[in-house]
Write a protein that binds this ligand. Structure first.
Ligand code: AMP
Ligand code: ZN
Length: 466
């Protein structure tokens, strides 16, 4: 087995090995908590979840850090408009983000760290840059001089040799055409929040927070750094310029960027107003699993165009897999074991692994699962799937679900848990046995009202959620 990832830095698919032992030290730029995240943001976080799970499936341990950007231009503007402190304002959206990722079954990184709790580390990083001659001060703010870092542009593969030294920006985000000296420490002005520091009263720029926090927890050279592709420039380019100027060492070994989720062929974004939040979609009665499946099903380096048809197709795919699992668990199969089928399971499982090993090709991994389901369903229909092959089929589904995590239905607020459904079904069977048909019909109706559909089969009762 060899695990390979596309590295934005080298523009090649490379074999992955961690720097130290078996532990992958990974950093993810987290959300700027000025609003609810949209499903475009969540596509990027879902990619990171698939990456985490696959690294673990391949035997690695993780030390994964994600930051929460809780001080930044938009936050300050919005908090002020609502007459709130930035702490008060960001607390709401930080919690909403944590709830959203839990709803989508995204594993929590080992550490989630807030920018405002790392101001001294950022000040320290800026001081080091100052000592090494990479900064200058203008109007009390400290800027990074990109002309002093000759390899500036190596991540985004832009040639910045013609840049105008001394041209600078104060805003955190700007476009490619605008390579300029960026702000490290912003002097406090007109009522903005500020921290007292050796750099004067002010606040950090966005870029320095990730360099300072990544290196604090993960050391000077990280294994993997992830983010959406829009962060490549300027944010990640600036992270490299800061970190490498401080340490003189490579900051990150593998840079992994996920493509955008678009809608009507346009990038989904807050500023364009063309977005859905997770809450919007749940409010339309789509399930978290369908949304998760949709976001995970397109390989992370391909654009994903969001449509409601796509979301419905995702829900239908999950239904197929759940029904298949139920069939494996409840059908009566002929005795024996079929070695050709056993071989079929092994090749399907190997194809699944190989697809994810090759830069997390989730589409191919899913194709391996569905071809297997189709073939084995056909064998079952023909009565040619023996009981001795059931366990390996279930095992393959378990491996699939350890990454995709969609088979277990979410229990919605007010809904019934799986155990409650099972208990009601058992009660209904007992009621029928004692010829209490009023009670058994009542239970069927109660389950139907909760979206649980019962099917009486020769082998007993099967159920599924509608
Ligand atoms: P932000 O809160 O804007 O910093 O974004 C959080 C993460 O979502 C970053 O990694 C962005 O690159 C990513 N992101 C933003 N918009 C999209 C989109 N439409 N599709 C995929 N990822 C996105
Ligand atoms: Zn970052």
């Amino acid at each position: 087995m060899s695990l390979r990832f596309y590295n934005t830095l080298t523009q090649q698919v490379e074999e992955f090995t961690p720097l130290h032992d078996n532990v992958v030290r990974m950093y993810t730029c987290g959300p700027t908590v000025y609003n609810y995240v949209h499903i475009g943001n969540l596509r990027t976080f879902t990619f990171q979840d698939i990456l985490r799970r696959w690294l673990r499936a391949r035997g690695y341990q993780l030390d994964h850090v994600m930051n929460i950007t809780d001080v930044e231009d938009k936050i300050i503007r919005n908090a002020k408009a609502e007459n709130k402190s930035i702490q008060e304002y960001t607390a709401t959206y930080t919690q909403a983000f944590l709830d959203d990722i839990a709803t989508l079954r995204l594993e929590r990184p080992e550490r989630i760290v807030k920018a405002t709790e790392h101001i001294p580390e950022m000040v320290d990083a800026v001081k080091k840059l100052e000592e090494r001659g990479f900064t200058y001060v203008s109007d009390g703010s400290v800027y990074y001089s990109i002309a002093n870092f000759p390899s500036y542009g190596k991540l985004s593969h832009n040639d910045f040799s013609g840049i105008r030294a001394g041209a600078r920006v104060d805003v955190d985000e700007y476009d490619k055409a605008d390579a300029r000296d960026f702000v490290l420490w912003k002097a406090q002005k007109n009522g903005e929040p500020g921290w007292d520091s050796a750099l004067g009263k002010g606040r950090p720029g966005w870029h320095i927070e990730c360099s300072a926090m990544a290196m604090k927890y993960l050391g000077e050279t990280l294994d993997i750094h992830t983010g959406g592709v829009d962060l490549t420039f300027p944010h990640h380019e600036n992270e490299i310029a800061q970190s490498e100027a401080i340490t003189g060492k490579p900051f990150v070994r593998y840079w992994l960027h996920s493509e955008h989720l678009s809608i009507d062929a346009q990038k989904m974004s807050k500023s364009a107003g063309n977005f859905f939040t997770l809450r919007d979609l749940l409010g339309m009665d789509y399930t978290p699993e369908a949304i998760r499946y949709l976001l995970a099903s397109v390989p992370y380096r391909k654009k994903l165009n969001f449509t409601f048809e796509g979301l419905k197709a995702a829900a239908a795919s999950i239904d197929r897999l759940r029904n298949y699992k139920l069939r494996l668990e409840t059908d009566k199969f002929p005795a024996g074991t079929n070695s050709t089928l056993a071989e079929r399971t092994r090749t399907a499982s190997a194809a699944f692994d190989a697809a994810l090993d090759e830069d997390l090709n989730t589409a191919e991994a899913l194709a391996a699962v569905f071809e297997y389901v189709r073939d084995t369903n056909t064998a079952m229909d023909a009565g040619e799937f023996p009981a001795g092959n059931v366990a390996e089929a279930l095992e393959f589904l378990t491996r699939f679900d350890s990454v995709f995590d969609v088979l277990k239905p979410s229990t919605r607020t007010g809904g019934l848990s799986d155990a409650e459904v099972d208990a009601l079904i058992a009660e209904r069977a007992a009621a029928k046995k004692s010829r209490d048909f009023t009670r058994s019909d009542e239970i069927r109706a109660q389950l139907a009202a909760q979206g649980v559909i019962l099917e009486d089969t020769k082998e007993g009762v099967r159920w599924k959620r509608s």
